[in-house]
Design a protein around this ligand. Structure first.
Ligand code: HAM
Length: 424
C-alpha cells in the first residue's frame, strides 16, 4: 500500500457525527440571526495582509505571530483570514451601503491562526459571526448581546456566562492608559517577558495575561470603568438597562480588554464554566467605531461578535442523525422495483427512509437485521404476495406487531405525525 498523505498539524477534518453538531449550530445561528434582521454575507478566505495589519493592529499577537502569510505569484503579500470582522468592514466599504447606511450581516466559515495547537485551539477553526454596522447607540449593543444569548439558548448550549465591559473611547482612554502604565512601571519586575515588552505599547493586554505573576501584579490596577467619560458611562448604563429588559443574564468584568486593537466602548466575552479547560472562551465581540473609517469609509460605528464552533461543538456533546422513519425490505426483482419507487416517494415527501438498495440477493433475514441496526421505527415488507394484494406488511420494530397497509395509503407520507408510538 502507498504511504498515506498526512494532514497539516493544527488542521483537522470534521467528520460525522461531529460535523452534525457544526451544522446544528449553524442552523440555530441562521434561525436566530435572521429573526434579528441579519443577512448572510460570504467572504473570501484570503485577503491582502495589509487588511489585517491595519484592522486588527500591527502590535497584536494575531498580526505579529499568528497569520498564515505568503506572497502570491505576483509577489503580493496575502494572508489567510484570522477572523472575519476586517473582511466584513472591507466588504461594507466597497458595497452600496458603504456610505454610512446601516447593515446587519452574519458569516460563518473557517479562520486560520498559527497558534500552538491544543484542546480547543486549532490552526484552522470555524467561527460564526455577526456585525451590525451603522448605528452608534447602546440599543444596538443590547440587541447584539441579546442575540448572542438567544443563540446559545436556541443551540442548546448550557453553562455559558456572558461578561461585559467598556473600554471607553478615544477621548477617555488615553487618561486610563497613562494611569495603567504608571501603575505597571512600578511592578515591571513582576511581569512576564511578553508583558514587560508590551507594557508601554499595549498596556491593556497585561490585564488579561494568564501568567500567575502578571495576574497578581494587576490585582490593584486602576480600572477602565473608573475612567469613562460621561458619554461612555451613559452608553454602558444604556446597554446594561437593555440587557436587563431583554432578560439577559450577564455580569460586568472590568478586566476584559480583548486582543484586537479595533475595539471602542462595549466589549464582551462568553465563557464556558466546564468542559473546555483553559480555552474556555466560546465567543467574544465588541464595538469598533473607528474601523470603517480606517478602511476608507465615512465615520461609521459598528459592533459585532464571533463564536468558536469547535468549542461549542465540544460542549454540545454527542450528536447523531435521527434514525430513519421506515426501512424497506424487499425480496425479489419486482418487489425491489416497488421498494425503490416507494423509497423515492417517501424521501420526496420529506419522510426519512432507508433500504438495502445494494443488497441484491441479500436474504430477508439479512435485510431484517439491517433494519434493526438502522434504528428505524417500522419496516415495510414487500414480497411477491404484497405486490399481488397491493398491501404492504408494516412491522413495528419495537414490539414486532405487524399490520397491512395499502401501498397508496396516505399514512406512509404523513411523516412525523405517523409515529407508531402515538397510535392506539
Ligand atoms: P476572537 O476573540 O479572536 O474575536 O475570536 C472569537 C472566538 O473564536 C473565540 O472566543 C474562540 O471561541 C474562537 N477561537 C479563536 N481562536 C481560536 C482557535 N485558534 N481555535 C479555536 N477557536 C478559536 C474575533 O475573532 C473577533 N473578530 C470577534 C468580533 C466580531 N468582534 C467584533 N466583531
Amino acid at each position: 500500500m502507498a504511504d498515506k498523505v498526512k494532514i497539516i498539524k493544527g488542521f483537522q477534518d470534521v467528520v460525522p457525527p461531529l460535523s452534525l453538531a457544526y451544522s446544528r449550530l449553524e442552523d440555530a445561528a441562521r434561525s436566530v440571526f435572521e429573526r434579528f434582521g441579519f443577512q448572510e454575507i460570504r467572504l473570501p478566505v484570503l485577503e491582502r495582509t495589509e487588511l489585517f495589519a491595519r484592522g486588527i493592529g500591527e502590535g497584536t499577537d494575531i498580526v505579529e505571530k499568528e497569520m498564515y502569510t505568503f506572497p502570491d505569484r505576483r509577489g503580493r503579500s496575502l494572508s489567510l483570514r484570522p477572523e472575519g470582522t476586517a473582511s466584513v468592514v472591507r466588504a461594507y466599504v466597497q458595497s452600496d451601503l458603504g456610505k454610512g447606511e446601516p447593515a446587519r450581516w452574519y458569516y460563518r466559515g473557517p479562520m486560520f491562526r498559527y497558534e500552538r495547537p491544543q484542546k480547543g485551539r486549532y490552526r484552522q477553526f470555524y467561527q460564526i459571526g455577526a456585525e451590525a454596522i451603522g448605528l452608534p447607540g447602546p440599543g444596538t449593543d443590547g440587541e447584539v448581546v441579546t442575540m448572542l444569548d438567544r443563540f446559545f439558548k436556541e443551540a442548546g448550549v448550557k453553562g455559558v456566562r456572558l461578561e461585559i465591559n467598556s473600554l471607553g473611547c478615544g477621548k477617555c482612554r488615553p487618561a486610563y492608559r497613562a494611569a495603567l502604565i504608571a501603575y505597571l512601571e512600578k511592578r515591571r519586575e513582576d511581569l512576564c517577558e511578553d508583558c514587560a515588552r508590551r507594557m508601554v505599547r499595549n498596556p491593556l493586554r497585561v490585564l488579561d495575561c494568564k501568567v500567575e505573576g502578571c495576574r497578581s501584579a494587576v490585582k490593584a490596577a486602576p480600572l477602565v470603568l473608573d475612567f469613562l467619560d460621561d458619554d461612555c458611562r451613559e452608553h454602558f448604563e444604556g446597554l446594561k438597562g437593555d440587557l436587563d429588559a431583554a432578560g439577559v443574564d450577564y455580569s460586568v468584568n472590568p478586566l476584559i480588554v480583548r486582543g484586537l486593537d479595533y475595539y471602542t466602548r462595549t466589549v464582551f466575552e462568553a465563557l464556558a464554566d466546564d468542559g473546555l479547560g483553559s480555552q474556555n472562551a466560546v465567543g467574544a465581540g465588541g464595538r469598533y467605531d473607528g474601523l470603517v473609517e480606517e478602511f476608507g469609509g465615512p465615520p461609521t460605528p459598528a459592533i459585532g461578535f464571533a463564536v468558536g464552533v469547535e468549542r461549542l461543538a465540544m460542549l454540545a456533546g454527542e450528536t447523531a442523525l435521527a434514525p430513519p422513519r421506515f426501512f424497506i425490505i424487499a425480496s425479489g426483482e419486482k418487489p425491489r422495483e416497488e421498494g425503490i419507487r416507494l423509497l423515492a416517494r417517501l424521501r420526496d415527501e420529506g419522510v426519512s427512509a432507508a433500504m438495502l438498495t445494494d443488497g441484491a440477493g441479500k436474504s430477508f433475514k439479512a435485510q431484517m437485521k439491517a433494519a434493526a441496526r438502522s434504528g428505524a421505527l417500522e419496516a415495510i415488507i414487500i414480497g411477491e404476495d404484497e405486490i399481488k394484494s397491493g398491501e404492504y406488511t408494516v412491522k413495528n420494530m419495537k414490539d414486532g406487531v405487524q399490520r397491512k397497509i395499502s401501498g397508496t395509503s396516505p399514512e406512509f407520507f404523513a411523516g412525523a405525525n405517523n409515529n407508531p408510538e402515538e397510535q392506539g
